[in-house]
Design a binder for this molecule. Structure first.
Ligand code: HEC
Length: 148
């Protein structure tokens, strides 16, 4: 019984990697390139503000965000008419819950206006799925193109 309670407490804590933690992960690891408010930086990294919400309306978009933080991506990417060519590192050192939290922070803070009405927060299980079967760069680009 005691062990069960500990397990339940741990599961609750893992699930609580919340918006707060998402902001902490973002500020410490993503803001240097994407900027604290997600506007991106010319020649360095594309914006994460106002560009990701609509992607949540289709399955490809839901696979794209977990996929890119798990696998990383390098090469040319166009966003809002600007061409970026840089390296998006992978973030496999973070737990599934932490990565879900940082994506939910980016989505609900910088992309709230474009999120579909029935948007459900990204779940740690979606990160686990990406980790179990890492997408290739080709897949990521196809998912991005299919979720614009
Ligand atoms: C070293 C700079 C750098 C850091 C740090 C970084 N990124 Fe990126 N990110 C990039 C670049 C460059 C791209 C575009 C990749 C390409 O051109 O293929 C990108 C692309 C993305 C995209 C896709 C954007 C789109 O329009 O499709 C997301 C989402 C993203 N990053 C999230 C994050 C998150 C979350 C973090 C922190 C955990 C992070 N990035 C940290 C450089 C960075």
């Amino acid at each position: 019984m005691k062990r069960l309670m500990v397990a339940v407490a741990c599961a609750l804590l893992a699930g609580m990697a919340s918006a707060q933690d998402g902001k902490a992960v973002y500020d410490a690891n993503c803001a240097a390139c994407h900027q604290p408010d997600g506007v991106g930086a010319l020649g360095l990294a594309p914006p994460l503000a106002g560009t990701l919400g609509k992607r949540m309306a289709v399955p490809e978009g839901r696979k794209y965000l977990p996929g890119i933080v798990i696998a990383g991506l390098a090469g040319k990417m166009e966003s809002k008419g600007v061409l970026y060519e840089g390296i998006m590192p992978n973030w496999q050192q973070f737990s599934d819950a932490e990565l879900a939290a940082v994506l939910n922070y980016v989505l609900t803070t910088f992309n709230a206006a474009e999120l579909p009405a029935d948007f459900k927060a990204i779940d740690a299980a979606e990160l686990a799925a990406a980790r179990a079967k890492k997408p290739t760069a080709k897949e990521l680009r196809a998912w991005r193109a299919a979720s614009q």
